[in-house]
Design a protein around this ligand. Structure first.
Ligand SMILES: [Zn+2]
Length: 338
């Protein structure tokens, strides 16, 4: 088969790779129906988080089970399934507490930008859809593998509830889907921080009530102005930079919650500032698996349409164009179909 391999900064190649095989009896091999490029793939693509050797890339996937190991009982060949970027057993204490991305047996699922994919711990990781999905649902189902589940976790971690005022920092796919999640959870006011007209439009479509284009001190001042000097009840940090994290902390009211899901790069928090901010911080790699059954239901009955974040759709052999378009911010998110 062929798949995407990252060689170094700006260098993604679509090339021949060995077909994945069942290694452990708990594995499944799936035929990938759709995959995509993640904002977090760009950290490596830009050389900020360098790869030591040519590495198969991609961690978002949905597709049809091709083969299962002899210990797999919950999924079977022919089923359409979605799984998280972390494989998890769904039985250990952390999984039972809902933190599948901290599973005691977790394994990163890598190399999804390919025709076939090996998924470890298939019984715990993969969730089948009610049937074979119609083609127009594929983009939305694919988002559940990472970005939609991550946006949902940001809102859940920030305790978004009906009537609350929410700020979303970041207008990438996760930020936009955090807006959708906050709307779905009943937030009354959703302030999206974005400087890009096309992303602002989508944020409004997903439920944002206000747009703030300022950043830093000006961004904080604008949030304070919009909340009558109080700050937001919940702030969803979907970037992972120092600026974004401080924007989140300074925009939250005392006693408010911050859900942070941007993978931190160079973030260092000042203990004194944190102490006096009086905020609750909760975040980390989203336990996407926890939300899969509910979110599949919401997509299946067409309550939500998170697939709208894909503004670029390419055949998988043009994966390099997908990375380039996202790196240059010409695309919010690129969908790839083998
Ligand atoms: Zn576990």
């Amino acid at each position: 088969m062929r798949g995407a391999v990252l060689y170094g900064p700006g260098d993604v190649r679509f090339e021949e790779r060995a077909d994945p095989k069942i290694v452990e009896p708990t594995d499944a091999i799936i035929k990938v129906t759709a995959t995509c490029v993640c904002g977090s793939d760009l950290w490596s693509y830009r050389g900020i988080q360098p790869v030591a050797e040519p590495t198969p890339f991609g961690h978002e996937y949905c597709g049809v089970v091709e083969e299962v190991g002899r210990a797999v009982t919950a999924v079977k060949p022919g089923q359409f399934v979605i799984g998280s970027f972390f494989a998890s057993d769904n039985t250990c204490p952390h999984c039972r507490a809902g933190y599948h991305s901290s599973c005691q047996h977790r394994e990163l699922v890598g190399g999804a930008q390919a025709a076939l994919l090996r998924v470890p711990l298939a019984d715990g990781t993969l969730v089948p859809t009610p049937g074979v999905p119609p083609d127009d649902l594929i983009p939305s189902l694919l988002t559940l593998s990472d970005v939609m589940g991550t946006g949902w976790f940001a809102a859940d971690a920030a305790d978004v509830r009906p009537g609350k005022t929410v700020v979303v920092v970041g207008d990438g796919a996760v930020g936009l889907l955090a807006v959708l999640s906050a709307r779905q959870m009943g937030a009354e006011r959703i302030i999206a921080m974005s400087r890009h007209p096309t992303r602002q439009t989508l944020a409004r479509e997903f439920g944002a009530t206000d747009i703030v284009t300022e950043r830093g001190d000006e961004g904080v001042a604008r949030i304070m102005e919009l909340t009558h000097g109080v700050g937001a009840d919940a702030v969803l940090e979907c970037v992972g930079t120092q600026e974004a994290m401080m924007q989140a902390i300074r925009s939250t009211r005392p006693g408010g919650h911050i859900g942070y899901v941007g993978v931190p790069h160079g973030v260092a928090l000042d203990g004194q500032k944190l102490f006096f901010a009086h905020v609750r911080l909760h975040g980390g790699p989203a336990p996407v698996r926890r939300y899969l059954p509910d979110l599949i239901g919401l997509v299946w009955n067409r309550t939500i349409n998170p697939g709208k974040v894909f503004d670029l759709k390419l055949p998988l052999d043009r994966v390099a164009d997908g990375y380039r378009a996202m790196d240059e911010r010409r695309a919010i998110k690129a969908l790839l179909r083998p």
